[in-house]
Design a protein around this ligand. Structure first.
Ligand code: LRH
Ligand code: MN
Length: 432
């Protein structure tokens, strides 16, 4: 394969040199401001540099809705081109070395070759995602009426076998977790016997759990509706938690932010799962109505901050077995996916650093003294602190770009990929 275009270290250095002046000025100003709060800005830079979030392989292609998909230019046509784009993102933002694959969308012909290709770009593989919510061309039995909970044991066996195959693929690629999200449910009252479908779910998941290597984790992803529009078997955190406990110590609950009814208090669900030792991690995104899979922090940035406030509280209190996996799970229908993923990764680091600005001693006092206004003010002080200089310096010190979007646009990466990747019709990138 001819050498593909890559963003050069030179253009990053050139742009960083141009931005250097304002970053240094704003950084020094913020250092002074934080020192007044007894906060060491260098500690926050180090935390920002250490922050990691995985990129969904299906996120680098253009997403769509049931109404339409408007393919972008230079779309990745296979897993190697998806990894190229993930490599470009990692090169500029430095917080995204892990890629979460989806099977069979990213079924590797040669796992060793894929691993080598990823490693050459500083990338590794995070949780692997199974897919029993679509029928594949060569598939014998349909998942139209469910998969792990289907009335027909043969369909359940097929779905179980697929998940076990995903674990095998993940092992070959160095993954340490499998995420199981199923769309199983009903569109009509009476369509399902609620207690039976749950019993079948656990029976199937126990077989998948048995196939887990000892150092692996199984992530259960709940979702309150869609594709089923009346009842969903794994519809909320409560049922996910029950199942994770039933399955055993390697099973955990994954929180996809878009999988909750509007106005549900997700940060409280996060605190509960942390307290119960069953928080798997996240599929970060944002939404206004349903599972909109919009860019993280684009609609409800305060909610994102409040979620990280719970995560940082647990981190600072060294909560036992607290090892959340952070992943993005977004659908980029009208933006350049590379730009959206870079911006979203930045919004997560921002919320994380701001959560480290919360004066937790003062907050605990306000809570003990039943002083809600002071408690809110303490959170708002952290949330309204502009930490952009810290994020920029952290990227720069990690070899990335102070301003990833401007470097990406100046590099002409998308235009070059448009030349290298002539569009092919019927290109399956992901969801639509
Ligand atoms: C379901 C979901 C799940 C993925 C899919 C791509 O809505 O969030 O995590 O498998 O999106
Ligand atoms: Mn998800």
């Amino acid at each position: 394969m001819a050498a593909q275009f890559e963003i050069s270290d030179g253009i990053i250095a050139e742009h960083n040199a141009r931005e250097q002046a304002w970053v240094a000025e704003d950084f020094d100003y913020l250092r002074t401001k934080l020192r007044r709060r007894n906060v060491d800005i260098e500690d926050l830079v180090a935390r920002a540099q250490a922050f990691r979030v995985a990129i969904p392989s299906w996120g680098v292609g253009t997403g769509g809705t049931r109404f339409a998909r408007f393919p972008g230019r230079g779309e990745p046509r296979d897993i190697f081109e998806k990894l190229e784009d993930c490599g470009a993102i990692f090169k500029l933002v430095r917080s995204t070395p892990a890629i979460s694959l989806h099977i069979p969308w990213d079924q590797p012909d040669n796992a060793a070759k894929l691993l080598e290709f990823a490693r050459a770009r500083g990338l590794h593989f995070d949780a692997i995602n199974s897919n029993t919510f679509q029928d594949q061309p060569a598939q014998k039995l349909s998942y139209k009426f469910g998969s792990l909970t289907h009335p027909d044991p043969a369909v359940r066996r097929q779905a179980i076998a697929h998940n076990i195959e995903c674990i095998e693929i993940g092992r070959a690629l160095g993954s340490k977790a499998i995420t199981v999200w199923i769309g199983d449910g009903g569109n009509f009252p009476g369509q399902q016997h609620f207690r039976s479908v749950l019993a079948r779910y656990l029976e199937s998941m126990r077989e998948i759990y048995q196939a887990l290597p000892n150092d692996w984790r199984l992530f259960i992803e709940h979702k309150f509706y869609e594709p089923a529009f009346y009842s969903t078997v794994i519809n909320d955190w409560g049922i996910s938690y029950h199942c994770a406990r039933e399955l055993g110590p390697q099973a955990f609950c994954l929180v996809d932010l878009g999988h909750h009814a509007p106005n549900v208090n997700i940060e409280m669900i996060v605190a509960r799962l942390i307290q119960f030792g069953k928080l798997a991690g996240f599929h970060f995104n944002d939404s206004k109505y349903g599972d909109d899979d919009l860019d993280s922090g684009s609609i409800k940035p305060f909610q994102l901050f409040l979620i990280f406030n719970e995560l940082v509280d647990a981190e600072l209190n060294a909560v036992k077995d607290f090892e959340p996996a952070y992943m993005l799970d977004q659908s980029h229908n009208i933006t350049d996916p590379v730009e959206s993923l870079m911006m979203s990764a930045g919004e997560l680091v921002r919320a994380y650093v701001q959560a480290h600005l919360v004066d937790r001693q003062a907050l605990a006092q306000a809570q003990e003294k039943c002083d809600p206004l002071m408690a809110l003010q303490i959170l708002k002080q952290a949330f309204t602190t502009d930490v952009a200089p810290i994020l920029a310096v952290a990227r720069q010190r990690s070899g990335g770009a102070i301003d990833p979007i401007s470097v990406y646009r100046a590099s002409g990466y998308r235009q070059m990929k448009d030349k290298e990747r002539p569009a092919t019709t019927g290109m399956a990138v992901g969801i639509v």
